[in-house]
Ligand binder design. Sequence first.
Ligand code: KIV
Length: 271
Amino acid sequence: MSVNKEVKRITTHVLHSMKASSEKIAVLTGYDFSMARILDAGGIDVILVGDSASNVMAGHETTLPITLDQMIYHAASVVRAVQRALVVVDLPFGSYQGNSKIALESTIRIMKESGAHAVKLEGGEEVAESIKRILSAGVPVMGHLGLTPQSIYKFGTYTVRAKEDAEAQKLLDDAQLLQELGCFGIVLEKIPAQLAKKVSESLWIPTIGIGAGPHTDGQVLVTHDMLGITKDFQPRFLRRYLDLFDLVREAVEQYIKDVKSQDFPNEREQY
Ligand code: KIV
């Protein structure tokens, strides 16, 4: 039997056992109560309250505008829905970089006000002090390397990262550092599959890939992308499991027809 099926509640320790027993970890993003309830009922291992909420929930072009208060609102909604999954919350842009005291304050607000189980932040050596301080308060931390969308204006493009040797070596070094500091896992975003394999094999903590190939210890997708709610975003790594945009639009069109034609509500749909 899988490690996953034996447990009532996923913890960071369960994720470590899953890596040790080569059971892949399934992660999806969640931002609201109703969707989180469905993800949890489906048996997802981890719900990431990603700062991608800035894009898919609020319609911003980047993840930079979302605030700590908004992340806490999303996280609290998800936590209220979840019985089994581990809930990890992104520290938003500006809430942890360059000042470990602010990083700890932001984390404490997330943990106290949302009831989440862990936080995630982007970067390696540059954010080491923030990671240490958060861990010293007993809060599990997940790292995020490769394409780190909060640095989009530094990169200039959302293209694959670490294709060159120097950047690949820095990523390998950063991954080691995050493990040594005590991170419980690392998201690897949009890097070559062979590099993700090398990183994953060099660590005992799990790697969770997005656009990083099949060799990471788990996979994460943005729920709105895999369900086809977002229509225009079509990167090569994305597998769509539904085309909800069209399904919902068709339902809306039918509802409008029914209202206009006075088919809705009928005799059984009234008091
Ligand atoms: O914000 C997010 O959804 C993420 C995932 C894409 C890993 O960080």
